[in-house]
Ligand binder design. Structure first.
Ligand code: 13P
Ligand code: SF4
Length: 392
């Protein structure tokens, strides 16, 4: 067993290119107070024309997402990444694992750029390949590896996706986790199938219990920092879902007591949350779904309706601004942006775009060939999932 050590790196200082965070962003950034930043971004985008395709995740800042050609949740962005094969550059306004997936899903000539290399994801960093391989060996020792299908959330590094690809597994996102789990259980007919779900315990648990009809007792929690995951062979043998002990530090902040408080304050309020929230919070909500699902639900809601939303604050603020006829409140008492999504700001965007205009490709995200081949297997299995693979 290896208790993988993560060097402590303040954001933007030091280099750990294997990690989803804390890498230096080289370059001479324009000042955030430069009054011409918007005009510079517009000019760079115009100069690049069809050569650039800008993708923006819903958690991006307003100042950046306004320049996106396509916005979406992580499933939509993965599906749309390859939509412009003629674009030489794909500027990904999101986080590192999304840019990696875009590199895997686009042509070899297309170059994917992440405007700030320190835009990682703390959840993705909670599962490292060596830890996952140790867990896989432990499943063999417990005599169950043959009945386990690994399923990884999109929020994972490319090498974890490749691990799933070479071990008969699949990638999922928050908008298709149920369909991916159905697929995974179908791969091992005979009744003893199990899933190793990486790295978000909450998405895994919420999907298993609320969508697949399993009980909490069907789930065990694999802690990569404990010998044998902190589990006995009997516990592993008795489980249907082996959940990796990872979580989102943003969605982990939402708590049940705020839901209770809001229901007292605003009778009739609708509570909608992302499935990365803790199970207790999801149980108290009225609706649960991906960022795309949340947006569509609010768009379709009647004027005068009252909503509490449990997801990242940039998106909640944007929804509140776009729907002044509805009352929208944030489900956390405090401000809680995703700090790494927020790393992509206008100075980094302008810097990356102006460099492209000048012919310099900065902050290119490249997945090595072997990893790419195996990760593509798992990503393609997700894109090929039958039936309802996305609620749009
Ligand atoms: P979705 O965009 O798939 O809803 O995921 C949210 C998220 O946490 C991305 O990091
Ligand atoms: Fe990662 Fe959570 Fe930020 Fe999404 S919101 S990028 S899961 S830390």
């Amino acid at each position: 067993m290896s208790l993988v050590d993560l060097p402590l790196l303040p954001l933007g200082k030091g280099r750990d290119l294997d990690a989803e965070r804390g890498v230096e962003c080289p370059g001479d950034l324009p000042s955030a107070s430069d009054p011409d930043l918007v005009a510079r971004a517009v000019a760079a985008k115009e100069a690049l024309g069809e050569r650039v395709f800008v993708l923006g995740h819903h958690y991006q800042r307003d100042e950046v997402i306004r320049f996106a050609d396509v916005t979406g949740d992580s499933f939509k962005l993965a599906r749309d990444a390859a939509a412009r094969p003629e674009a030489a550059y794909i500027v990904f306004c999101g986080v590192h694992f999304m840019a990696e997936s875009a590199d895997i899903l686009t042509g070899p000539e297309q170059q994917v750029i992440l405007p700030d290399l320190s835009a990682g994801c703390s959840m993705a960093d909670m599962a490292r390949l060596r830890q996952v391989e140790d867990a896989w060996d432990a499943l063999a020792d417990a005599g169950i590896q043959d009945s386990v299908v690994p399923v990884t959330y999109m929020n994972s590094s490319a090498d974890i996706k490749a691990f799933c690809g070479r071990n008969g597994g699949v990638v999922c996102t928050s908008s298709n986790a149920d369909v991916a789990l159905e697929w995974a259980f179908d791969q091992k007919p005979g009744g003893d199938a199990k899933v190793l779900f990486l790295p978000d315990q909450h998405l895994g648990r919420n999907t298993a219990v609320l969508k697949m009809g399993m009980s909490l007792d069907d789930c065990v929690l694999w802690d990569p920092l404990q010998p044998n995951g902190g589990l006995t062979a009997e516990e592993l043998q008795g489980a249907r879902m082996i959940l990796w002990k990872g979580h989102c530090s943003v969605h982990g902040r939402f708590t049940e007591d705020v839901v209770d408080e809001l229901r007292v304050k605003h009778p009739g309020i609708n509570v909608i949350v992302h499935p990365e929230c803790r199970h207790e919070v999801v149980l108290k909500a009225d609706l649960v779904g991906s960022t795309e699902f949340i947006i569509k639900t609010i768009e379709a809601a009647p004027a005068g309706s009252v909503w509490a939303i449990g997801t990242e604050l940039n998106l909640v603020k944007r929804l509140a601004d776009a729907h002044p006829d509805k009352s929208i409140v944030f489900l956390d008492r405090n401000v809680c942006y995703c700090s790494t999504m927020n790393r992509i700001d206008l100075p980094h965007f302008v810097w990356a775009m102006e460099n492209l205009v000048a012919g310099n490709v900065v902050n290119r995200i490249v997945v090595d060939e072997d990893t790419e081949r195996e990760a593509l297997v798992a990503l393609q299995r997700m894109l090929d999932l039958p039936g309802r693979s996305h609620r749009d």
